[in-house]
Write a protein that binds this ligand. Structure first.
Ligand SMILES: Cc1ncc(COP(=O)(O)O)c(C=O)c1O
Length: 345
């Protein structure tokens, strides 16, 4: 079976994990501090706070911005439920916006239409590694939480993603751009906000009895993350090489290929094509041992039972993610190319 996704790990990660293990300092410590500095530097911001997952990062980013009951948070419909859950954790009201059907990113014009007096934040994910139109949303004057779970290492007009909103969040889940197993980060220039995240992620040794969490990352995870971060340029180069191969091989087969207007700036985290023949490809892949996937399990408007999201609905109906990750061997890429061509010929 060629899995849809898998981490790219090697002896360097094993050596780092062993070193930390034998040191006896496995919980949050200096390794976490170094990893935070490295991610902040990559995102071009001054501060970062590591947490246990991307979901925890979203949760604490919203709390740091003082968002709670009675507040509205705008987020796209075509995204995973982690974003919706984070909004629910703080008891705010989720307000969904539609996407741009070509880029899969949140549509700034639809965001504008959904704003009310109660809107307190907009969550903007850079979907599948393609930076979103964030400047237009920042210009609306509402704090933006930039979701870089899928875009680590990408940039927009020369500025790295992660430094474009009030706060940015990252995920280092096993199949993300870099992995720590589970893990996440909140980053930003505002020291006060990041200090608040650091306070909220740890319950111990506090004078007051305010509600806090155990959302810490461990040194064991951070050591993996630091090694992975050093490998990031190579990971991105490999991802781009596979994407170029798919681009060349899939033309003329009736697929709408991923939009990539600035190849040097976006990273192909997922290779998402649009096709009316999605069920056929999914079934044929299953039979041939290739795991194609719908890139979003179910759009959020379907969970909330609301309508008015035609482009998210269309993406759900036609978007298909073809396996693409650094550890995908050339032979597997060739197998996938031939399979797609044979099914669609
Ligand atoms: C855009 C986006 N944000 C947040 C998350 C949540 O990250 P985690 O799985 O680390 O909680 C994901 C995970 O798939 C994601 O794709």
């Amino acid at each position: 079976m060629i899995p849809h996704s898998r981490p790219t790990l090697g002896p360097e990660e094993a050596a780092a994990a062993t070193r930390v293990l034998l040191s006896g300092q496995v919980a949050q410590g200096e390794e976490v501090g170094s990893f935070e500095e490295a991610v902040a530097s990559l995102a071009g911001v001054r501060n970062a706070a590591a947490v246990g997952s991307g979901t925890a990062a979203l949760h604490l980013a919203l709390l740091a911005l003082d968002i709670g009951a009675g507040d509205e948070v705008v987020l796209p419909s075509f995204v995973c439920t982690a974003l919706l859950n984070a909004v629910r954790y703080v008891r705010a009201t989720p307000v969904l916006a539609d996407i741009n059907g070509e880029t899969f990113n949140i549509d700034p014009r639809d965001v504008k239409r959904r704003l009310t007096k109660k809107t307190r934040a907009v969550i903007v994910p850079h979907m599948f590694g393609l930076p979103a139109d964030i400047a237009e949303i920042v210009a609306l004057g509402i704090p933006v939480v930039e979701d870089c779970a899928q875009s680590l290492g990408s940039s927009r007009q020369g500025a790295p993603t992660g430094g474009l909103g009030a706060l940015s969040v990252f995920s280092f889940y096993a199949t993300k751009v870099i992995c720590t197993g589970e893990g996440g980060m909140v980053a930003g220039n505002d020291r006060r906000l990041i200090d608040k995240v650091k306070d909220l992620r740890d319950y111990d040794g506090k004078e007051d009895g305010a509600l806090r969490y155990n959302y810490k990352l461990t040194d064991l995870q951070a050591a993996l993350g630091s090694v992975q971060l050093r490998k990031l340029p190579g990971f991105i180069a490999r991802r781009r090489a596979i994407a170029r191969r798919y681009d060349e091989s899939f033309r003329g087969y009736g697929l709408a290929l991923p939009v990539c207007p600035r190849e040097s700036e976006s990273i192909p985290y997922r290779y998402v094509v649009r096709t009316e023949r999605i069920e056929e490809l999914l079934a044929a892949g299953q039979a041939a041992g290739i795991a194609y996937r719908r890139p979003v399990f179910k759009p959020l408007h379907r969970y909330l039972g609301v309508t008015g999201y035609p482009r998210s609905e269309e993406a759900f109906r036609t978007a298909l993610s073809v396996p693409l990750y650094p550890s995908l061997e050339d032979g597997d890429v060739q197998t996938i190319v031939q399979h797609v061509q044979t099914v669609l010929r």
